[in-house]
Design a protein around this ligand. Structure first.
Ligand code: ATP
Length: 166
């Protein structure tokens, strides 16, 4: 995956807010969109721009310049119809990389059929990660690259001190 710098995050529930503010803190350009002004207000100053709009509407998205972004992250889980229509609008706008959150296996299946590049299930991801960390004592952080390869952050055991990796 090429390094991306411009992100549009659509749907500012807990997941959307978290990923939008984190991407911005890490130095990326982030446009955050939600249909509910109460949600966009909470991101003022925490992203490049927070806009209240219905992201299912192609014309609105186009007028916001969404087509100029490298990556769209659709963070709408409960409102299935909105999730699918927003993905469709992003496809029509030719955004080269689309990530979408799925609330269920069926939701994930439809998102993939629509051509979403990466379907994520934050609850599933967090559950698996926590289970791995709990069943491997001493692990502070874990990144699963594939089923076979993982990166761990752990406290150095005393007996490893002053030893080379070899
Ligand atoms: P959470 O991340 O909190 O678990 P969720 O998966 O339950 O969220 P939803 O509640 O369905 O997801 O939607 C997340 C956000 O998406 C809400 O803040 C909602 O206002 C917003 N949203 C829903 N429809 C649209 C739309 N058409 N355009 C823009 N934002 C929308």
């Amino acid at each position: 995956m090429k390094k991306m710098k411009d992100f549009v995050v659509i749907g500012l529930g807990r997941f959307g807010k978290s990923i939008a503010s984190q991407l911005y803190t890490m130095g990326n350009e982030v446009l955050a969109i939600d249909i509910n002004q109460l949600e966009t207000n909470q991101l003022e100053g925490k992203v490049s721009s927070a806009v209240t709009a219905d992201a299912t509407k192609y014309e609105i998205m186009h007028s916001l310049g969404v087509q100029n972004f490298d990556c769209a992250i659709v963070c709408i889980g409960e409102a299935l119809e909105s999730s699918l229509l927003v993905v469709e609008a992003c496809k029509e706008l030719n955004i080269s990389y689309i990530i979408a959150k799925a609330k269920s296996e069926q939701h994930a299946k439809i998102l993939k059929a629509l051509g979403v590049d990466l379907v994520v299930s934050p609850e599933d991801f967090a559950g698996k990660k926590l289970a791995s960390m709990l069943s491997t004592p001493g692990i502070n952080e874990l990144v699963e690259l594939t089923e076979d390869y993982k990166i761990f952050e752990m406290a150095l055991p005393d007996v490893w001190q002053d030893k080379t990796i070899r």
